[in-house]
Design a protein around this ligand. Structure first.
Ligand code: PMP
Length: 417
């Protein structure tokens, strides 16, 4: 096939096409096949979208039935049976068991939409404009969410000053966070000129920023400070949520109580886009109808597949399996670090988001290339792309997990030589 038109006219802005120099044609669970019939194991899962695998058969069946019954694929904000099913199933599976009374607010398709709305709502609800965001955080590419994003390589594209953000260091260790303590003191001191914050916006596990895992204690310190100064807590669980860490939310079981939670990526299950915020009712009340709209907020296909995704969480063995596979990922990375003791590499993660910090972006890029050549898809993240992040579909079969890890180990060996 003549690929010249494709190559000349497809913008390379995201760069993924150059990282994976082939044309993919089909996919099933944790495997993608290119147009020449080469099979790749997918440890990237659409940047954390395909938690339930490519072409999940249960979702496929539900989607085919839905289409055959002339279901409504696009409904804006109007009620549909599929939206109602999704809302009640989400309540039943996620909110009710946790005693959460948050309201569900559907967004346009992307995580950036969800973060943007969360920041707007926090500002409206508190009448304040400053948002505290953290070093290495990634929250999206629209102007508000980009302002909260830390990486200057992304921020420099804004074309305008990105303001009303107070940046604090993301401290992963518990206790003794001096920056937080200094910030508390400065806020109490009128001569500091600091504005009281509307919200603290945090990824409990930073994904794009290099897989940095906040401790429960530190998250409590942040939440306590937020409460103390009358600010809201927004947890961005767009990449680490929806089962990725071995629990539905990445912060489950920690006794935390966020005011707003942003979800997207894996929520629609099938790669069918939908984003949603969970807002505490007293905060949600600050919206009025029409205050935050968007066209793609009634995606029937996403609701249908999303209900099937929720069904996975009614079976305890699913999350047990995620944790067990996460342990396998971690053990192998630890083994790789132990085999290379002088390199200062570090393993970080929880559940099925695990990473190897190589400290060297050029090296991580070589590993990515070697892995691709061997038939494994991985995506680097973190400062300068130095962290190799592993986020396979949660449904990856054992055999593919082992084979993928073997290929990764070989790729690292080859890149080290
Ligand atoms: N927040 C987090 C934690 C993310 O990982 C991402 C996407 N990588 C976003 C927000 C933005 O989502 P989207 O790309 O769908 O706008």
């Amino acid at each position: 096939m003549d690929t010249t038109v494709f190559e000349a006219h497809e913008s390379e802005i995201r760069g993924y096409c150059r990282n994976y120099p082939t044309v993919f044609a089909s996919a099933s669970n944790a495997r993608q096949v290119d147009e020449d019939g080469r099979s790749f194991i997918d440890f990237f899962a659409g940047a954390g979208v395909l938690n339930f695998g490519h072409n999940n058969p249960r979702m496929k069946e539900a989607l085919i039935d839905f289409i055959q019954a002339d279901g409504i694929t696009h409904s804006l904000d109007t009620y549909t049976t599929t939206k109602r099913d999704f809302v009640s199933r989400f309540h039943e599976v996620v909110l009710a068991p946790r005693g959460m009374d948050h309201r569900m607010q559907f967004m346009g398709p992307t995580g950036s939409n969800a973060v943007e709305a969360a920041m707007k709502l926090a500002r409206k609800a508190t009448g304040r404009r400053q948002i505290v965001a953290f070093s290495h955080g990634f929250h999206g590419m629209t102007l508000g969410s980009l302002a909260a994003t830390a990486n200057d390589a992304f921020r420099q594209w804004s074309g305008v000053p990105l303001e009303n953000i107070h940046r604090l260091p993301f401290e992963t260790a518990p206790g003794g966070d001096t920056a937080l303590a200094e910030y508390r003191e400065a806020l109490a001191d009128p001569s500091s000129g600091l504005l009281a914050p509307a919200a603290f916006l945090i990824e409990p596990i930073q994904a794009e920023g290099g897989v940095n895992v906040a401790s429960k204690e530190w998250l409590h310190e942040v939440q306590d400070l937020a409460r103390e100064v009358g600010a809201l807590v927004i947890f961005d669980d767009i990449q680490a949520g929806i089962g990725r860490t071995g629990s539905y939310f990445s912060f489950d079981g920690m006794g935390l109580d966020p005011d707003i939670i942003t979800l997207a990526k894996g929520l629609g299950g099938f790669g069918t886009p939908i984003a949603m915020n969970l807002n505490k009712p007293e905060i949600d009340d600050h919206w009025s109808p029409g205050a935050h709209t968007g066209t793609f907020r009634g995606p029937g296909l996403s609701f249908v597949a999303g209900v099937v995704a929720l069904d996975y969480f009614t079976d305890d063995s699913f999350l047990d399996d995620v944790r067990a596979k996460g342990e396998r990922l971690r053990e192998r990375l630890v083994k790789i670090v132990e085999a290379n003791p002088d390199r200062g590499w570090e393993v970080r993660g929880r559940g099925m988001i695990q990473a190897l910090d190589t400290g060297d972006g050029a090296f991580a890029k070589r590993v990515q290339k070697e892995a691709f050549d061997a038939g494994l898809l991985i995506g680097p993240c973190g400062s300068g792309g130095r962290v190799i992040k592993l986020i396979p579909p949660l449904t990856i079969p054992e055999g593919d997990l082992t084979e993928g890890l073997d290929l990764l180990e070989q790729a690292i060996d080859a890149a080290t030589r």
